[in-house]
Design a protein. Structure first.
Length: 124
């Protein structure tokens, strides 16, 4: 049985950026991640600093073993996933938890993060 974990807020995530034992995973498209394309409703484009990119489709198409290879983290590692509005990342969290990770969703996701000018943004 998969144990539910709490969602993360923008404030908690911002305070924890750069922690060695935390991985932030952006499950949007590569264009959204790099900031070359994004929803017009978002005032800024890019990604949360330090986030790794792994598209939701790759997560959902993978076996548990393949997902562990893609994530490249020890079992039990903490992963916070986000997307644009929290829906894709919610699916990613389920798959990551099933693969043995302490996975949490940031439901505000990029839609919230991009609106707060005090929160940092990276593009590449």
């Amino acid at each position: 049985m998969i144990e539910a974990v709490s969602d993360v807020t923008a404030e908690e995530l911002a305070a924890r950026l750069g922690e060695d034992d935390l991985v932030v995973l952006d499950v949007r498209s590569l264009a959204e991640f790099t900031g070359t394309f994004g929803a017009p409703c978002d005032p800024r484009q890019g990604h949360i600093p330090g986030a790794r990119h792994l598209e939701l489709t790759d997560i959902l198409d993978a076996t548990v073993e393949r997902l562990r290879e893609l994530v490249r983290l020890p079992i039990g590692a903490e992963v916070i996933a986000y997307c644009h509005t929290g829906a894709r990342s919610a699916h990613a969290v389920e798959a990551l938890a099933a693969a043995g990770y302490e996975a949490r969703n940031y439901p505000g996701s990029w839609h919230e993060w991009s609106r707060e000018p005090s929160l940092p943004v990276e593009t590449r």
